[in-house]
Design a protein around this ligand. Structure first.
Ligand SMILES: Cc1cc2nc3c(=O)[nH]c(=O)nc-3n(C[C@H](O)[C@H](O)[C@H](O)COP(=O)(O)O)c2cc1C
Length: 159
């Protein structure tokens, strides 16, 4: 079993999830950023992490997911919005659509602390983005409990 953990991360939250998955995985494994691994071919499983920007998969990850050509895929996202919010669910549904050539084994949503400077800017926008009211509760995430939940989901899709 050869697994690729691949991620896009600007401020480190998604990277934190990716590194935890990588450390936990059994078997042959590789961890790369989406810039380093533009194709993601030749693996039994790809675990792909991205963050939300403007209600969608971040642009780098969006391109990456669109370019995948089949194979088993686990998707994980970090965002300021609450895990069960419509915003986060819609964005994950968008990611699943982008990766429609793949067999999606699972998905995982996780709050990720929002960069402080960006948060101030976003709060000043008119109208404010829909996820802004959830953003304060993203502080400190991903935390150990988030990672424990994620690894449980990963265990369900790996031997
Ligand atoms: C430019 C920018 C746009 C963002 N847009 C959204 C958004 O639309 N929805 C959301 O829930 N969070 C949004 N966020 C919050 C990030 O998705 C969140 O903090 C994420 O964990 C960042 O991941 P990273 O640390 O791996 O870069 C935004 C953050 C930035 C900097």
């Amino acid at each position: 079993m050869k697994t690729l953990v691949v991620y896009s991360s600007k401020s480190g939250n998604t990277k934190k999830l990716a590194e935890a998955v990588y450390a936990h995985l059994p078997g042959e494994k590789v961890i790369q950023t989406m810039e380093e691994s533009p194709e993601g071919r030749g693996y039994d499983l790809v675990v792909a992490g991205f963050w939300l920007q403007a209600g969608k998969v971040d642009p780098l990850a969006g391109k990456y997911l669109e370019n995948l050509r089949g194979g088993k895929l686990f998707l994980m996202a970090t965002h300021g919005a609450s895990v069960h919010s419509e915003h986060a669910r819609n964005a994950m549904a968008g990611a699943v659509k982008l990766a429609s050539s793949c067999h999606i084994l699972g998905t995982f949503n996780c709050q990720g602390e929002v960069n402080a400077d960006f948060l101030v800017k976003a709060q000043a926008k008119e109208p404010p983005p829909p996820w802004i009211t959830d953003a304060p509760s993203a502080a400190g995430h991903p935390d150990d409990a988030d990672i424990a939940k994620l690894l449980k989901e990963i265990d369900k899709v790996t031997p």
